[in-house]
Structures are given as structure tokens and as C-alpha cells.
Design a protein around this ligand. Structure first.
Ligand SMILES: Cc1ncc(COP(=O)(O)O)c(C=O)c1O
Length: 206
């Protein structure tokens, strides 16, 4: 990230950080790129910004943001009053409930539990993430170069039958990403991880 910033500075390129998924506490910072210690020129935000109500935004340096003439930027749903009120409420809740810190704490709980599962299940190649944005990589016999998309599909289906909705992703279709709400009660998170464990056991046994 720091090299990208330097490259953009060198050539006068605008550096845009897409924080639509990572923004607003997901990784334990308000913006994930804070970890890199750099400044973006523009940041795109949506999703958690208004707790699920439709709102998106672009944050940026004044010389870029002020470049369009008045009325030069518009959109059908721009500035939806309901979305904006929800966005303000989200900012209050984030501060009041210290959601950045909570993402780090609960992310630690999740990672510890998943690393324990990795020690027990040969099919878990890697557990990685930042805050509460965590991914499990499923592989054949712990080999990072042998992605197991079929098993990943089976785990997602086994979890679905138990009432746990998981999303697979990754270039090779072998990654399960976990993005629990930052406000999730701890017992509910533990119950979800129990279901994931059962689903891994079922799918890897067959
Ligand atoms: C990282 C990322 N960027 C951009 C988008 C698109 O966002 P929007 O639908 O608000 O344009 C998404 C949507 O899933 C996303 O995950």
C-alpha cells in the first residue's frame, strides 16, 4: 500500500481506496487502509455506513471533491434523508459501543477458535483476516497449492442445512469468508462457530 501511494505521488495518479466492505470498523479501524499509515485521495464507502440502509458516499481531498461545479454531481438517490439519518446513527453507535475495539476483540476470539479448528482439520490451509473480516482457506491435505472448491461447496451446503449462511469466494472458489455483524452477541457468535465446526466435520468426513 505504501508503495502504491509512492507510485501515485510520483506520477500524479489519484489513489482511490475502496472501503465499501472494509470501512466503518469491519477490520478494527474506521478504514482498513489506516493500518498502512497512508492517506488516500478518495475513499468510497457504503454497506456498513448506514447499517444496511441504502447509502453510499465518496470522501476525498477538497481539491478533487470541489472540482465539479455546483450541481455537477447528482444521482437519483443522492442524499436520501432516511439513509443519511441511519448513517449518523451508525456513527453514534460505533463511538458509543466502541465497535472498532469490539471488532478487534471478537476478531481475536474468532481467529483463536478457527486456528484451533485448523489444528484439527487437515482441510484448513490458512486462517487470515483483519478484525472481523476473516477468511478460511480450504485445501487438500493442508497444501496451499491444492484448493478444494468441492469441499468448500459441501461445507457451505452443510452449514445451510443447519441454518448458518456462509459465503464462499476466492479465485479458486475455496475460501469461506466470515463477516459477522460487529454488534453480534458473543453467545450467538459462538453458536455460529459451533455450526461451522459441525459443518466442517460433516463435509470432510464424506
Ligand atoms: C469492495 C466492494 N466495492 C464495491 C462494491 C459495489 O458497491 P455499490 O453496490 O455500493 O456500488 C461492493 C459491493 O459488493 C464491494 O464489495
Amino acid at each position: 500500500m505504501r508503495q502504491l501511494r509512492a507510485l501515485c505521488d510520483q506520477h500524479g495518479i489519484v489513489l482511490i481506496m475502496d472501503e465499501i466492505q472494509t470501512g466503518f470498523g469491519r477490520t478494527g479501524r474506521t478504514f482498513a487502509h489506516e493500518y498502512a499509515g497512508i492517506e488516500a485521495d478518495l475513499i468510497t464507502v457504503a454497506k456498513s455506513l448506514a447499517g444496511g440502509l441504502p447509502l453510499s458516499a465518496v470522501i476525498g481531498k477538497a481539491d478533487i471533491m470541489d472540482a465539479p461545479a455546483p450541481g455537477g454531481l447528482g444521482g437519483t438517490y443522492a442524499g436520501s434523508p432516511l439513509g443519511c439519518v441511519a448513517g449518523l446513527a451508525v456513527l453514534d453507535v460505533m463511538a458509543r459501543e466502541r465497535l472498532n475495539e469490539r471488532a478487534v476483540t471478537l476478531g481475536g476470539v474468532m481467529t483463536a477458535r478457527l486456528e484451533n479448528l485448523r489444528d484439527r482439520f487437515n482441510c484448513i490451509g490458512e486462517v487470515r483476516g483483519l478484525g472481523m473480516m476473516i477468511a478460511l482457506e480450504l485445501v487438500k491435505n493442508r497444501r496451499a497449492d491444492s484448493p478444494d472448491a468441492e469441499l468448500t461447496k459441501a461445507v457451505v451446503q452443510a452449514a445451510g442445512r443447519r441454518g448458518l449462511l456462509l459465503l464462499s469466494c476466492g479465485v479458486y472458489g475455496n475460501v469461506i469468508r466470515l463477516l459477522a455483524p460487529l454488534t453480534i452477541p458473543e453467545d450467538e457468535l459462538a453458536a455460529g462457530l459451533d455450526l461451522l465446526e459441525q459443518s466442517l466435520a460433516e463435509a470432510s468426513a464424506s
